[in-house]
Design a protein. Structure first.
Length: 256
């Protein structure tokens, strides 16, 4: 009898341990893995923990143990999170767009990598962008005035593929797109060298439409750059008309 009691206690402790770790692995939904190594490890453990937890459910069901409630309570939420943790082929980015899409656009000039005193704020920048994208849960997120250079900051998020267009000038302009849906093609700029050195345009070609993220040039103080702005407007209009001539829809979003 003592042996059975010890075995029953051990099985409950195992169930509690596995259930606890499984629940903690859900934290990768609300915490940026790039900023917390423990969360990253727990996220990687989600699949094996779910498998072990499922085996414990079967074992408890066979023994008609009341302790089955422990792994069940831990397993049920995982059905909701499964699509976020497990990527079946590729990088988890869907190649087929749904019938409806949530597309948001945001000028993130405030996410500059350095504050007014020149202090590096890259961690705060990454956390802010991660929280913004997580909270919005959009299919496509378009960002303008990113002011970043290639390799300056790791801003990759689970379930999204990102595309960045950087300005030649450091800390200036720039655009980015995060998408859950694999584009057919990606292009940067509008094909005119005069206008393609400030990272102002990214175009994603989807099956039924083109999505353009744009950060329009400012005329600046005393309209110093007004002539260039008007040239840009004409060139950008022609670019959009060229896309429209393909027969696909054209969606333009950004800081216009």
């Amino acid at each position: 009898m003592a042996r059975n009691w010890f075995f029953g206690l051990s099985s409950r402790v195992l169930m509690l341990a596995v259930a606890g770790l499984l629940v903690l692995s859900y934290l990768t939904i609300v915490v940026n893995p790039a900023q917390a190594w423990l969360v990253t490890i727990l996220g990687l453990m989600f699949v094996p923990l779910s498998f072990v937890n499922f085996l414990l459910i079967l074992w408890a069901a066979k023994r008609r143990s009341k302790a089955i409630v422990i792994p069940l309570l831990a397993f049920l939420p995982s059905l909701f999170f499964l699509g976020r943790y497990v990527q079946f082929g590729g990088d988890g980015v869907s190649e087929k767009a749904p019938e409806t899409l949530k597309i948001i656009s945001y000028n993130v000039g405030r996410f500059a990598l350095h504050d007014a005193d020149g202090v590096d704020s890259s961690k705060e920048c990454a956390d802010s962008i991660f929280e913004f994208i997580r909270r919005q849960d959009a299919d496509i997120v378009c960002l303008q005035e990113t002011k970043m250079q290639a390799g300056q900051l790791d801003l990759e998020f689970l379930g999204y593929k990102s595309f960045w267009n950087y300005a030649d000038k450091k800390g200036y302009s720039g655009t980015a797109i995060y998408t859950k849906h694999e584009p057919m093609s990606v292009s940067y700029g509008i094909g005119i060298d005069e206008h393609d050195h400030e990272g102002r345009v990214i175009t994603l070609e989807m099956p039924d439409f083109y999505l353009i993220c744009v950060y329009t040039p400012n005329s600046q103080d005393e309209l110093r750059r007004l002539d260039y702005r008007m040239q840009w407007e004409d060139a950008f209009r022609e670019y959009l008309l060229g896309l429209k001539a393909s027969g696909k829809g054209v969606i333009v979003c950004g800081d216009l």
